[in-house]
Design a protein around this ligand. Structure first.
Ligand SMILES: *Cc1c(COP(=O)(O)O)cnc(C)c1O
Length: 389
């Protein structure tokens, strides 16, 4: 009976509310309690109820991990203290001498972790443009052990064909990992497309309310799951019980939120694309996006993330950022409230200037995380700020 919320029988919305969760057996409480305990009493040495020490397992965390795994069409989920903690743990599946092929356009903190930290463990990284999967094939070396995919990429909103990349990885015995933060399991499920590991910064859409920092890994393969579980408990970068509770609570409304992010995102993108002060809008949901067809094929929606290029330069961008009122000037994304930011100065400052230039992260680029406020209000807010540009 337990956790029998399978996909063939129940829709996403139902599983998001029930998977991994049972009414509390001692009280009947419908919500999973927050188990604030570091240890669990044993009846006799080694005889216990399946819980020993809370770094290894915590019932609140386990319920959340099971729910998230279910939504990603995976068998095993692992909650971490942050997206970066999930990344650090995943990168410890490798050992010195191994080679990783990663997207050349990724979240700045992921690049920093690889290039300034993990590299010193003797792991080699190649950053290639994975929007053409042939570049992935060409970059493979005898010691290539992992391909790191982020799609849509951050901040240029380019797409990687998950199915094709995962097929090449499988053929060559390379682990494929997909950072699914921008799409959430509601819109994109990389395991269904053949990927080995899904990664989330649950700080973003999964958490959805800008009140918790967290990360997750989800897999199907039992052996891979055992290796990740060993790393999770050994390295200890676990998701705390209260954070697990908040994130699980957020999953219950993920479908509702994502649908509205998508509706609002499309309307804002269409509005901005027609605006005379905007040079270009990069949003996979617009027919003008060069990979719009792929977006429709591998995802079930487009979400609320977009990047715009203004006409002019840094002063124009600054005036837009300073004159919005509903859109808050802040890093991060995926919350119910709309955010706006300047990648070159803010989220992607850790990428060297030459590399930023090559990727097209220039001074006129502004990234929007469109929230779930009234969309007419959002458009009026942008209209007003653009009038001051
Ligand atoms: C924010 C983010 C991360 C890092 O996650 P944290 O929770 O901030 O540690 C990784 N990947 C993407 C795409 C992100 O947006």
């Amino acid at each position: 009976m337990k956790n029998d919320w399978n996909k063939s029988q129940y829709g996403f919305e139902t599983r998001a509310i029930h998977a991994g969760q049972e009414p509390d057996p001692t009280t009947g409480a419908i919500m999973t309690p927050v188990y604030l305990t570091s240890t669990f009493v044993q009846e006799s040495p080694g005889r216990h109820k399946g819980w020993e020490y809370a770094r290894s397992q915590n019932p609140t965390r386990s319920a959340y991990e099971a729910c998230l795994a279910n939504l990603e069409s995976g068998k095993h989920g692992f909650g971490f203290a942050s997206g970066c903690a999930a990344e650090t743990t995943a990168l410890h599946l490798l050992k010195a001498g191994d080679h990783v092929i990663a997207s050349d356009d990724m979240y700045g903190g992921t690049f920093r972790l690889m290039d300034k930290v993990i590299k010193h463990n003797g792991i080699e990284f190649s950053y290639v443009d994975l929007t053409d999967v042939e570049n992935f094939r060409k970059a493979i070396k005898p010691n290539t052990k992992m391909v790191w995919i982020e799609t849509p990429t951050n901040p240029t909103m380019k797409l990687v064909d998950i199915r094709k990349a995962a097929a090449i990885a499988k053929e060559k015995g390379i682990l494929s990992i997909v950072d699914n933060t921008f799409m959430s399991p509601y819109f994109q499920r990389p395991l269904e497309l053949g990927a080995d590991i899904v990664l989330h910064s649950t700080t973003k859409y999964v958490g959805g309310h800008s009140d918790v920092v967290g990360g997750a890994l989800i897999v199907n393969d039992d052996d891979l799951a055992a290796r990740i579980y060993f790393l999770q408990k050994s390295m200890g970068a676990i998701c705390a019980p209260f954070d697990a509770y908040l994130s699980m609570r957020s999953l219950k409304t993920l479908a509702l939120r994502m649908r509205q992010h998508d509706i609002n995102g499309r309307k804002v993108a269409e509005y901005l694309e027609k605006h005379p002060k905007v040079a270009r809008v990069a949003y996979p949901g617009l027919p003008s996006h060069p990979q719009h067809a792929l977006a429709k094929e591998q995802a079930h929606g487009f979400g609320g993330m977009m990047t715009i290029y203004l006409k002019g330069g840094i002063d124009e961008a600054r005036r837009l950022l300073e004159n919005v009122r509903i859109f808050a000037l802040a890093e991060s994304l995926g919350g119910v409230e709309s955010l706006i930011e300047h990648p070159a100065i803010m989220t992607h400052a850790s990428i060297p200037p030459e590399a930023r230039k090559a990727l097209g992260i220039d001074d006129t680029m502004v990234r929007l995380s469109v929230g779930v406020e009234n969309v007419e209000d959002l458009i009026r807010d942008l209209e007003n700020a653009l009038s001051k540009v």
